[in-house]
Design a protein. Structure first.
Length: 661
């Protein structure tokens, strides 16, 4: 194993081997800062320069809330990264809120500034400080880097941005103007809508008040005339003959009196609102229109009596002829019921069983009234004769209705039989359609069984001697509704299954393609892809396999599994790409991939031969970069990348990212 490692190191070169080996350089740990703000481990400052730098940094702390420590060392070791080393030093010395540390490697010519995550300076501002310090260090101005460059730039970045305040102030003013304008616009719109609503209400009140005034006058005139005529009608036809009209007249008078009372309230000194006026005038209109309609209805009978009185002799002759034509009504009813019972056992026959007796009674009543009408007419009492003839006419009409109720049953039964047979044919067609559909839950089978039972019962009934065609049709119609519902549900389920299957196939294709992409990323860049993406791939494969197994028996569950598999495969692809990008940019302690040896390492070809040199060891910095300091404002910002430095994610301190000078 050792000889193999030696050969590989010979191929890669001593420098590359040292770069890939973790912990290759183990020099001094991050130093203790002591009592001052400057630690000159490289001895690049004279005593006077160090004193001046401490004074400038002390003034920085005294003038505001920021503190800065500057550390000079030859090179950064344990850890070797500038940003990690600075973070570890700050962590070891317990720096907290708004306390920053600038680390300068004089021989390695590297620098990095770090600070608390919740500090007042962002990573971008700390990057500006690094840039200013780097400019000073480029000319080997070691003292100026700590004083004029670092302290001045840090102080400048912490100064308030009054331009931003002006912009914010202008924005606030504009916002206030907009709010006021909107409020004024809304108020104007509200006033306009209220004005339009009031104008509409005023128009409605004018219309209904005009209608109410007209009805009051019309009803008052009509009732005065009707009440006068009522006296003549009672004398002419008797109070019983016009009792219904008299009652309607009384109710109309009550409605008119109530309407006048409402009108008086509207005309008194107490003002009403427009809404109240509309309601009160509307009540007047409703009262009078209802009363007028009832009077018109009852007046029709009154007018009929008057017409009969004028033509009493001719009416007697007409009704006598109608009585003769209806004479055989009872016999016709009896014969028809007997004939129907030979074929039908319908309850409808039972309901007309006494129609013959009732018809005979109506004919007898008509005979009596015709006799009385002749007597009253001979005595010169045309009014009483008119009442008698009116009642005889009503009796004959009822007798004819009783006969028609029986003679019309045959047609009703025949039509019901025809409808029932058509319904049977329709149900048999439904059964054929149902048998062609999928029925996983057996709902169609149950509906088919019930429908066939109804069909068999109906056929037996309609071919026997005690038919009940109306009942059979109603039962078949109900069965048809149930079958239609079952078919509609089955068709909907079938369409749903069809759509689910189509969506399932599409989802499976997408999931398989996404899984293949993720697996390709892992297969070709296995040296960079970590555990998370591989776990997603395994879970995605299981879900897709489950979907394939369920697609015939349970498409809905298969679709859910396929969607889950697609989502997991997409997460695998994203995770793998993130790992590859991080590795290629130098993150996690990796090295840029590409062609040649770098590409082989990225692809995992030689990763296993050099042990943990590529992926072994911690991917995060120790000490300050990984600590949690709740007493100092909750920790520090994560890593960034500046210049040629490397990026370390997940730390608890922020900074400019480090750079070379």
């Amino acid at each position: 194993m050792r000889s193999t490692l030696v050969r590989i190191l010979a191929v890669l070169g001593l420098g590359a081997a040292l770069a890939l080996a973790p912990g290759a350089a183990l020099a001094a740990d991050p130093p203790s800062l002591g009592g001052g703000h400057v630690h000159d481990g490289s001895e690049v400052l004279s005593p006077a320069e160090e004193e001046d730098a401490n004074a400038r940094l002390g003034q920085l702390a005294a003038d505001g809330d920021l503190e800065l420590w500057v550390v000079y060392v030859d090179e950064f070791t344990n850890p070797s990264d500038a940003r990690e080393w600075a973070g570890a030093t700050a962590d070891a010395n317990g720096l907290g809120s708004d306390q920053y540390l600038l680390a300068i490697a004089t021989e390695a010519r590297q620098l990095a500034i770090v600070g608390p995550v919740e500090g007042s300076l962002s990573d971008a501002k700390l990057g500006s400080v690094e840039e200013a310090v780097g400019t000073a260090l480029g000319g080997d101005d070691w003292a100026g880097a700590a004083g004029a460059a670092a302290a001045d730039e840090l102080e400048s970045q912490a100064a308030p941005n009054y331009t931003g305040w002006w912009v914010a102030g202008i924005a606030v003013v504009i916002a206030i103007i907009v709010i006021v304008w909107l409020a004024v616009s809304r108020a104007a719109k509200k006033r306009r809508l209220e004005r339009e609503a009031r104008e509409k209400l005023e128009a409605e009140v004018d219309d209904v008040s005009s209608r109410a005034s007209g009805l009051l006058v019309e009803m008052d005139d009509s009732l005065r005339t009707a009440e006068q005529e009522m006296g003549f009608a009672v004398a002419q036809f008797g109070s019983d003959a016009v009792s219904e009209y008299s009652t309607a007249l009384t109710r109309a008078r009550e409605a008119l009196n109530r309407s006048f009372t409402i009108q008086q309230q509207l005309d008194d000194a107490t003002p009403e609102t427009l809404e109240q006026k509309r309601g009160m005038y509307g009540e007047i209109v409703q009262l009078l229109e209802t009363a007028d309609a009832e009077l018109d209805d009852k007046a029709e009978g009154f007018e009929e009596l008057r017409a009969i009185e004028k033509n009493a002799p001719a009416v007697i002759e007409r009704l006598t002829a109608e009585r003769a034509a209806a004479a055989d009504g009872p016999e016709r009813i009896t014969a028809e019921i007997a004939r129907l019972r030979e074929t039908y056992a319908s309850p409808a026959i039972d309901t007309v069983e006494d129609n013959a007796e009732e018809t005979a009674s109506r004919l007898e009543f008509a005979d009596l009234r015709l006799v009385e009408a002749r007597e009253h007419l001979d005595a010169g009492d045309s009014g009483e004769a008119a009442v008698d003839l009116h009642e005889a006419e009503q009796a004959l009409g009822q007798a004819n209705e009783l006969v028609a109720a029986v003679t019309g049953l045959q047609k009703t039964f025949a039509e019901a039989e025809k409808d029932a047979r058509e319904m049977i044919a329709d149900l048999e067609n439904d059964i054929r359609q149902a048998q062609a559909l999928e029925d996983p839950e057996g709902r169609l089978a149950r509906a088919i069984t019930a429908t066939r039972s109804h069909i068999d019962t109906a056929r037996t009934n309609l071919s026997g001697g005690e038919r009940t065609p109306v009942i059979m049709f109603e039962a078949l119609d109900q069965a048809n509704e149930q079958m239609d519902a079952a078919l509609a549900s089955a068709r909907a389920e079938e369409e749903k299954r069809r759509r689910t299957q189509a969506q399932l196939h599409q989802t499976l294709r997408r999931a398989a393609g996404e899984l293949h992409s993720a697996e390709t990323l892992v297969n070709t860049r296995r040296g960079a892809v970590g555990q998370s993406a591989r776990s997603y791939i395994a879970q995605a494969g299981q879900a897709i396999g489950e979907a394939n197994a369920l697609q015939s028996s349970d498409p809905a569950a298969a679709l859910a599994a396929a969607k889950r598999g697609l989502s997991l495969a997409q997460q695998a692809t994203r995770s793998a790409r993130s790992d590859v990008n991080m590795y290629s940019s130098g993150g996690y302690g990796g090295r840029s991939g590409g062609s040649g040896v770098g590409g082989q390492i990225l692809g995992g070809i030689v990763g296993g031969l050099i042990g943990g040199a590529i992926s072994g060891g911690s991917r995060r910095g120790s000490g300050w970069g990984g600590s949690s300091r709740g007493s100092f404002g909750g920790g520090f910002r994560g890593g960034r990348s500046f210049g040629g430095g490397r990026s370390f994610g997940g730390g608890s301190r922020g900074g400019g990212g480090g750079r070379r000078f």
